[in-house]
Write a protein that binds this ligand. Structure first.
Ligand SMILES: Nc1nc2c(ncn2[C@@H]2O[C@H](COP(=O)(O)OP(=O)(O)OP(=O)(O)O)[C@@H](O)[C@H]2O)c(=O)[nH]1
Ligand SMILES: [Mg+2]
Ligand SMILES: [Zn+2]
Length: 369
């Protein structure tokens, strides 16, 4: 590795990571964190500094899915290659948190946007693109993966009624903190900085043009990330950030910039929806029927709250829509795993048959799996 020496603690390393890494130390591997990824080419940063990295052939073949590849934010075990400046990644430490979505298009596969982040800053712009329903989707996604969401309302300079927007957002955000900022006037930047303590990792997510990179530049005190002017006509930006990258802040802490997302589908299904909608989860236990679908049933606490004006109708609709999507994904994924297992069994069976006919046949078929 090359560059100036870096303390692992400043990258988020702690006693728990050290404990998990102990077995790799015995085999002379060293820890490093993935800073950038680009089609299986990586930069990692560890004690000696930053360097290029490739993944070990064995790891390439043994992974179960794309999620098995190292991602920005991962802690990995690396080995130097004699006579080369690149290192080889041999293992990825188990992830503490993930931020994931379903890959765009029809495939049922998870796409990891960032891993091992303590917090996720969900950025929305206080302009024509402001959308509470979209915010709710992001919050569900983050809660599912275990990171703490913080809602950032940027471009306050463009908004006439910040207080009203803040109140609406606070209701949609549940327990998540909401911070109003402007990358342009620097309003609230200090508050943002205070939320990122040394050793912590924060990912910025949100649609293209909301100002993620502009805010990161403000936090860094210099232009480290490129930004592009948005079209005034529809407030939409062209994508200016094209990769994910782990960036150290001068005041300690690390941020991950991500490209804006156009398409966003739920991936995991767990308690994320309930956690992102605590007001609804709390009310729903009062429905008369335990398995109330909150649509046609009588004595539904959600419907009553909407009628009494205590809960916005759109919020309930948004919750039900997300719930349906999550249920659908769970079912799709169940089918997907079932099919994959079936294929696997078939391959093993063929391999077994062949190995009986041909001595030493296992070696060749091992590669198939
Ligand atoms: N008026 C105003 N404009 C802002 C503010 N923050 C960012 N912008 C502008 O919004 C545009 C998009 O900003 P970026 O930081 O590139 O947005 P991004 O979220 O990183 O976009 P992608 O990288 O495409 O996902 C740029 O023209 C910025 O100058 C703000 O607080 N107020
Ligand atoms: Mg950007
Ligand atoms: Zn109900």
């Amino acid at each position: 590795m090359a560059g100036s020496p870096v303390k692992l603690e400043s990258l988020g390393w702690d006693a728990r990571w050290e404990g998990e890494f102990a077995k790799f130390r015995e085999t002379n591997l060293t820890p490093a964190r993935v800073a950038t990824e680009d089609k299986h080419h990586y930069t990692v940063v560890g004690e000696p500094g930053e360097c290029l990295a490739v993944i070990a052939g064995k790891m390439f073949h043994q992974r179960q899915s794309n999620a098995g590849f190292p991602k920005v934010g991962d802690w990995v075990a690396v080995a130097p290659q004699p006579g080369e400046s690149k290192v080889v990644i041999h293992h990825v430490l188990p992830r503490r948190t993930t931020v994931a979505r379903k890959v765009p298009g029809r495939e049922v596969e998870e796409q990891l946007l960032a891993v091992n982040v303590d917090k996720a800053f969900v950025v929305q712009a206080l302009d024509a693109t402001f959308n509470l329903r979209r915010l709710e989707r992001f919050l569900v996604m983050i809660r599912e993966g275990g990171a703490e969401p913080v809602v950032i309302l940027n471009k306050a300079d463009l908004c006439e009624d910040v207080d009203a927007r803040l109140a609406e957002t606070q209701q949609a955000a549940g327990a998540a903190l909401v911070i109003v900022v402007s990358a342009k006037t620097r309003l609230g930047i200090g508050q943002l900085r205070e939320r990122i303590t040394p050793g912590q990792t924060v990912v910025f997510i949100g649609t293209s043009g909301v100002g993620k990179s502009s805010l990161i530049n403000r936090l860094c005190g210099e232009e480290v990330q490129p930004t592009i002017e948005v079209r005034a006509s529809d407030s939409k930006g062209r994508h200016s950030t094209t990769w994910r990258e782990l960036i150290p802040l001068p005041c300690g802490g690390l941020v991950i910039d991500t490209p804006g997302m156009r398409e966003f589908h739920m991936w995991m299904a767990g308690d994320g929806a309930d956690e992102a909608f605590p007001d609804i989860a709390e009310l729903a236990v009062r429905c008369h029927f335990r398995n109330c679908s909150h649509t046609t049933e009588k004595r539904c606490a959600l419907k009553e709250a909407v009628e009494a004006g205590q809960l916005p109708r759109e919020r309930v609709e948004s919750f039900l829509k997300l719930q349906r999507e999550l249920d659908y994904m769970t079912e799709e994924r169940r089918q997907h795993t079932y099919m994959a297992r079936k294929r696997q069994t078939k391959i093993s069976q063929n391999a077994y048959d062949q190995s009986r006919q041909r001595p030493g046949g296992w070696e060749e078929t091992d590669r198939l799996q």
